[in-house]
Design a protein around this ligand. Sequence first.
Ligand code: ADP
Ligand code: MG
Length: 247
Amino acid sequence: ATAAAPILEIRGVHKVFGALKALDGVDMQVRSGEFHGLIGPNGSGKSTLMKAIAGEHLPTSGTVTFKGGDITRATPSERSRAGMSIKFQITSVLPGLTVYDNVLLATQAREGIGSLLRSSSRRRLHGKVWAALEQFRMLHRADDVASSLSHGEQQWLEIAMAMATGPDLLLLDEPTAGMSIEERRITGELLEPIRGRCAVVIVEHDLDFIREICDVLTVLDQGAVLNSGTIETIQNCEKVRQVYVRR
Ligand code: ADP
Ligand code: MG
C-alpha cells in the first residue's frame, strides 16, 4: 500500500524578523490523523512555524500546502473553513460568556455567523456543541461563565472550542502550560479519541507528555529542522541529544 498523501506539507519555509532568521528553510509533513509533536529549545521557531501554518504570519518564502491546496497566503478564516483549527498560547475564551456560548461562538469560525440566525442550523450546531462539551468532560460546566473555570478547565474548553468546528487538523501550542501533572494526564486522555480522526500538531515542553501521545516528532533548532521521525528515531538521535544537553 502507498502511504497516504500528507494533509499538511511545509516546504522551504523561511521567516525573517529584521535581521533574525526565525525560520530558516523548514520542511515538514503531517499525515492525516497523526499526532505530530513539534519540539526544540526556547526561541527555536516553534510558535513562528505554528503561526505560519495558521496564517497569523506569512512566510518570507516557502510554501504551506493543506489537503493538496496551496494556502501559503490564505487568511486564517480561509484556513478555518478548509478544516484547520487552532488553540494558541494566548487565550481565546471570552470570560464573561458561559462555557456553552463560548463553544457555540467557536463553531462560527467555520460555519459563518449566519448559521446562528437560522433555526435549522442552530439545532444542528446545538448538537455539535453538546458533543464537544461531552467529549471534553465539560457538560456539567455548560451554564457556568468561563471566568469561573480553573486554569486546566479553561485549556480544555479551548480545545473543545477548537474541535467543535470538526477540523481535520488541530494546532496546539503548549496546551499543558501551567497545568498540574494530573491535569496533563487528563489532557492526554481527552485528546486520545481524536487520534486517527484529526491530525494534531502539538508544541510542548513536557517531553514525557510528547512521548506518551505523539506518533511522530519534528525537532527544531535555530529555525531549522534538526530531525524528524518516530519517538524512537528522535530519542536515539545524537544531534537532538546535544541540543537538549546544551540548554
Ligand atoms: P519558540 O516558540 O520555539 O520558543 P518562537 O517561534 O516564538 O520560538 O521565536 C523564534 C525566534 O523569533 C525568537 O528569537 C523570537 O524572539 C523571534 N520572534 C518571534 N516572533 C517575533 C516577532 N513577532 N518579531 C520579532 N521577533 C520574533
Ligand atoms: Mg513558543
